[in-house]
Design a binder for this molecule. Structure first.
Ligand code: IPD
Ligand code: CA
Ligand code: CA
Length: 258
C-alpha cells in the first residue's frame, strides 16, 4: 500500500517535470539569488500531495516548497519535488523527484526518479535497492586515490575550515575525479549503482537525502554524517560511499591528507 502510493506519487510529480521541461515556466529566487523555485517545482509538489493525501490523509508531510503539513502520525513523507532545480531551469536533464517515507522516525522506503533518463531508483529497508527493478550494489574500489567521487556545493558558500572548496582542492590537486551533477538525490543513487565510489556534501536538507541515503545503504554502501556518526537527514553533512573508501574520505573531509 505504501509502496503503491510512493510510486504513484513519484509518477505524478515527474509527469509535471516532463510537461514543463524546456518549455516556458516562471522562475523565482528564494533565500539567495541562485536558489531557485520554478512553476514546475510547485506543480510537481501539488501532484505528489494529491496522491499521498488521497491515500493517507492522516500522514505527516515534509516538502521543500511547502514545509511541514503536520499530523499526528507514525508516517512522514519527505519530498523534494525537483532535486536539481538549477539543472531543470537550464534544460539540463539531470534532475529528479525524490520521496522518502519514514515510519516511527526511521526511513523505511525511498524512491528517486529521473524521467529524462527513465531511471527509477527504489529501496525498502532490509530488502535491497533497485534501478528499474534490477538489483543494484555499490562499487568495489578500495583506494580513494583511484576513486570517482561526486559532491555538491551549497547556494550560500560555507566559509569554514575544511569547507567545500578546501576538500575539493585537495582531491583535485591529487587528480582524483570529482563530479558535480547538481542533484544530491542523483549523486546518492549513482553511488548506490556503483557509478560513483563516494559522495560527500557539507550542507543538505532532509528532502535532498531522505530517499537516497536509504538507497545507498540498501545497495550495500555506508552513509554517515561528516564525523562518521550514524546518518540522520535532519543535520547538514553527509558522506555516502561503497564502504571501502569511507574511512579515507571521512579522514580527508575532516582535515586529513590523501
Ligand atoms: C540542491 C541539489 C544540489 C545540492 C544542493 C541542493 P535543489 O537541491 O541537490 O545538488 O548541492 O545543496 O539544495 O535546490 O535542486 O532541490
Ligand atoms: Ca534538493
Ligand atoms: Ca528541490
Amino acid at each position: 500500500m505504501i509502496k503503491n502510493t510512493l510510486l504513484e506519487a513519484i509518477d505524478a510529480g515527474s509527469k509535471e517535470l516532463q510537461k514543463f521541461f524546456n518549455g516556458t515556466f516562471t522562475v523565482q529566487s528564494k533565500g539567495s539569488l541562485n536558489d531557485l523555485v520554478t512553476e514546475a517545482d510547485h506543480a510537481s509538489e501539488k501532484a505528489i500531495f494529491k496522491v499521498i493525501q488521497d491515500a493517507h490523509p492522516d500522514h505527516f508531510i515534509l516538502s521543500e516548497e511547502t514545509g511541514e503539513i503536520k499530523q499526528v502520525s507514525n508516517y512522514k513523507w519527505i519530498i523534494d519535488p525537483i532535486d536539481g532545480t538549477i539543472n531543470f531551469a537550464n534544460g539540463i536533464p539531470l534532475c529528479c523527484v525524490s520521496i522518502g517515507v519514514e515510519k516511527d522516525g526511521a526511513m523505511i522506503m525511498g524512491a528517486v526518479y529521473n524521467p529524462f533518463m527513465n531511471e527509477l531508483f527504489f529501496a525498502e529497508k532490509g530488502k535491497g535497492a533497485t534501478l528499474n527493478d534490477q538489483k543494484i550494489s555499490v562499487s568495489d574500489e578500495d583506494n580513494l586515490l583511484k576513486s570517482c567521487l561526486v559532491t555538491g556545493f551549497p547556494y550560500q558558500y560555507l566559509d569554514s575550515p575544511n569547507g567545500p572548496l578546501q576538500i575539493f582542492e585537495k582531491l583535485i590537486r591529487k587528480a582524483v575525479p570529482v563530479r558535480r551533477l547538481g542533484s544530491a538525490a542523483l549523486d546518492l543513487c549513482w553511488t548506490a549503482a556503483g557509478r560513483f565510489d563516494g559522495f560527500y556534501e557539507h550542507k543538505l536538507q532532509a528532502w535532498d537525502s531522505a530517499a537516497g541515503f536509504l538507497i545507498v545503504e540498501e545497495a550495500g554502501g555506508k552513509v554517515t554524517d561528516l564525523k562518521g556518526n550514524v546518518y540522520n537527514p535532519y543535520q547538514p553533512g553527509i558522506i555516502a560511499t561503497n564502504g571501502k573508501i569511507h574511512a579515507a574520505l571521512q579522514n580527508l573531509v575532516n582535515g586529513g591528507d590523501l
